[in-house]
Design a protein around this ligand. Structure first.
Ligand code: IPD
Ligand code: CA
Ligand code: CA
Length: 266
């Protein structure tokens, strides 16, 4: 079946916005009793699960042959050619603590390639998206990564280790270096938002380890379509399922990539 990715992308944008409205309405209703712990420091509530169910239902109607890689396990259907990669609520800890940065993240994978990505940052009403061959967009306007060429002019995003500490010493050594050599470091609590902020030039680079495919698929694709470079910690391509990611503008790629490699490559 021939898929019109542009049309599909706009449908997914609408869906992400609708689900975002549901999540926002629930923010004032969800309470301590609704919080479950999936594993160390990994929280979830009915909001994540309900959001994912409605995403899976609508995406199944958009593209019946596609399967799903979805964080809350709503569907385990495997698609032959197409698979959606979904994080219904990226930034659950923020959401449950009343901190406003969280997002809906949806990507479509065809074979081994991501061909569509949508990240909706709910509280800023900012929808970032791209499809194969398109530029990257934010609410209808084209975006590109920053042109920053000096690390000393850069703002870096990351996520601190909070359940997997096997590289935490090396990680915090790198942070120490970056704290001294950049304008600053931010940890805003949604990897998908970190990535799309890199796509539109708010951040110059982002790195984190122990992320899952649903945290990064849509955002990383949008960074690439915005002219950025995505890799793992060894400057190779194993970032989607490899649990380590670097996103950076091309001007900083060598300097930043080398620093990350020196500290964190296995
Ligand atoms: C988390 C966020 C966070 C990152 C975590 C992710 P979740 O996703 O993206 O920024 O540091 O590793 O698990 O659990 O809120 O969907
Ligand atoms: Ca996530
Ligand atoms: Ca999530």
């Amino acid at each position: 079946m021939k898929v019109d990715l542009e049309v599909l992308c706009h449908d997914v944008v609408e869906l992400a916005r609708e689900v975002g409205i549901f999540i926002k309405v629930e923010e004032s209703k969800v309470n301590q009793q609704d919080i479950e712990t999936k594993s160390l420091n990994s929280l979830v509530s009915y909001v994540d699960k309900t959001a994912e169910e409605s995403i899976v239902k609508d995406l199944s109607a958009f593209l019946p042959e596609a399967g799903f890689i979805a964080e809350e396990g709503t569907s385990t259907k495997i698609g032959k050619e197409y698979n959606w990669i979904i994080d219904p609520l990226d930034g659950t800890t923020n959401f449950l603590h009343g901190i406003p940065t969280y997002s809906v993240s949806i990507a479509l994978k065809q074979g081994d390639d991501i061909v569509l990505g949508v990240v909706y940052e709910v509280n800023r009403d900012e929808c970032f998206y791209a499809w194969k061959g398109s530029p990257a967009f934010l609410n209808g306007n084209k975006i590109t990564v920053s042109k920053t060429a000096q690390l000393s002019d850069s703002l870096i995003a990351t996520g601190f280790p909070y359940y997997d500490y096997h590289k935490s010493d090396e990680y915090f050594d790198l942070l120490k270096d970056l704290a001294k050599s950049t304008r600053g470091i931010r940890r805003i609590g949604s990897a998908a938002v970190d990535l799309v902020y890199t796509a539109c030039g708010r951040f110059d680079a982002f790195f984190e380890y122990s992320l899952h495919a649903w945290d990064v698929a849509a955002g990383a694709f949008i960074v690439q379509q915005a002219g950025g470079v995505i890799s793992d910690f060894s400057s190779e391509d194993n970032w989607l399922f490899g649990k380590e990611i670097v996103a950076v503008n091309p001007n900083l790629q060598t300097e930043f990539g080398t620093l990350v490699k020196q500290h964190l490559a296995s």
